[in-house]
Design a protein around this ligand. Structure first.
Ligand code: SF4
Length: 463
């Protein structure tokens, strides 16, 4: 699992036929962002319309993240804030997503303001759930599975993200790492048909999208029920065949995240080597460098197994960027175990690393273990690993100075009015002087300076 806090995204919907406005706020990972985008489309199709803020909306929805206990609490804090803003009015309030799926109807008792609890598979039924609440039903609960044959795709013209499109290919997880709540909140792995994925990507390309991200908790565990859309494509696993099928759409830039080490077949690397439009970036979480801790985490691989996968990536024809996730301070992690993690990080030489301090997640097997690494020790290990990574990463980034990268221009820089920002095919953040007329275009940028987490450069292609 790879979880990054994405900036809170607000989607505003106002009904034209019913004059009902819906405001949707999203917490969590790309899967939640993709679900909100889909909820947005389904609600608009049902006649709901845009609203700009929770202050004037008839319906307020929170799409929630439960990966950390603190993230789950955040939504209740937000509901409290909304309650204070809306004294004297009674909006319909809904909790959807992972917290809803896990906590179920107990949310109604925890927060009497909430009228709707909609689990992770209820996105397409939101219009009906909201209608029931608007008709006076006090507690509307839906934790059911997706309907058979449910359509996953989001029309290109209705997407809220204009330059990079997230395309879910699999949801749920069967791995049950001991610290992780996802298999409980998102359910078992369910893969989309390749023919649907390919059709969606063709539509996105025709509409003008230059980059798509195939997303899922573990994309390389992709295993659809049938071969639809994969006929004629070679590959050691269904995911390798899917990569080649997606590459054949001609989409300019294709990225995928997250990969799971045990299911990471070297043929993935071969597919990237063969197809220039498969971007040279691999996110492969390892979590720990200690076999003892990996066993306690029930990851199903050793550090040695992981390093073999990394060797395959490093031996590729194309130079690939590698990023990872690490948890420090897992129950029972000794200084020696932690030292093995630092060693592995130094050995791999990651282009980027997401480091997390272990925190107990209620409902997971690890929560039953003694959380015996003190808060101070976790902080010290975090700082030590961060510092080691900072030094390694600076060296890696410095090597980019003088190189030319193709950058998709995504937004104005938040740091400088004269700069635009985007990502390279190797998924580096690149800033450069520019203006909004460049948005959505791919520009060749010569790198002139390297910071720790971003590069700076100048456009060399004609505007
Ligand atoms: S259980 Fe493991 S593999 Fe599955 S989402 Fe959680 S961390 Fe990732």
């Amino acid at each position: 699992m790879h979880v990054r806090n994405v900036s809170m995204k607000s989607v505003r919907l106002v009904s034209q036929t019913m004059s009902t406005s819906v405001y949707l706020e999203t917490f969590g990972c790309q899967m939640n962002v993709a679900d909100s985008e889909r909820a947005d489309v389904r609600l608009r199709a049902a006649g709901f319309d845009l609203s700009t803020s929770p202050e004037d909306a008839d319906v307020i929805l929170f799409n929630t993240c439960s990966v950390r206990e603190r993230a789950a609490h955040k939504v209740f804090t937000r509901i409290g804030e909304v309650r204070r803003q809306r004294i004297g009015s009674e909006p319909v309030v809904g909790v959807m997503g992972c917290v809803a799926q896990l906590e179920g109807d107990s949310i109604f008792d925890a927060s009497p303001l909430v009228n709707i609890v909609a689990g992770t598979r209820a996105t397409d039924r939101l219009p009906q759930l909201i209608s029931r609440a608007l008709q006076g039903e006090r507690r509307v609960l839906d934790l059911d599975e997706r309907a058979e044959g449910e359509v996953w795709d989001v029309p290109a013209s209705d997407r809220t993200s204009k330059h990079v499109a997230f395309v879910p290919i699999i949801e749920g997880c069967n791995k049950f790492c001991t610290y992780c709540i996802v298999p409980y909140s998102r359910g078992r792995e369910k893969s989309r048909l390749a023919s649907d994925i390919v059709a969606e990507i063709h539509a996105l390309r025709s509409y003008g999208y230059k980059e798509i991200h195939l997303i899922g908790q573990n994309v390389n565990s992709y295993r659809p029920k049938t071969d639809d859309g994969l006929e004629g494509f070679k590959g050691a696993t269904p995911f390798c065949r899917l990569l080649r099928a997606v590459a054949a759409t001609g989409m300019e830039r294709i990225k995928f995240t997250t990969s799971f080490p045990r299911d990471f077949h070297p043929d993935i690397v071969a597919a990237i080597d063969e197809n220039e439009n498969l971007c040279e970036w691999i996110h492969l979480p390892v979590q720990s460098g200690s076999d003892r801790i990996l066993r306690a985490m029930r990851r199903g691989h050793t550090a040695g197994d992981y390093l073999k996968r990394i060797d395959a990536v490093k031996n590729a024809r194309r130079k690939m960027s590698i990023t990872s996730d690490i948890i420090v301070g897992f129950p029972g992690e000794t200084r020696e175990d932690f030292g093995k993690t630092v060693k592995l990080v130094e050995q791999v030489g990651y282009d980027g690393l997401y480091i997390f301090k272990y925190s107990e997640r209620r409902g997971t097997p690890a929560a039953k273990l003694d959380d015996d690494v003190s808060r101070e020790e976790k902080a010290a290990r975090f700082a030590q690993l961060e510092e080691a990574q900072r030094k390694l990463q600076q060296k890696i980034y410095d090597r980019y100075v003088g190189r030319v990268l193709d950058v998709l221009v995504e937004r104005p820089s938040s740091k400088s009015e004269r700069d635009m920002t985007g990502h390279s095919t190797c998924h580096k953040v690149v800033n450069f002087p520019g203006d909004v007329s460049m948005l959505g275009k791919v520009k060749s940028v010569r790198v002139t300076a390297a910071k720790q987490n971003s590069l700076y450069g100048e456009i060399i292609s004609a505007p």
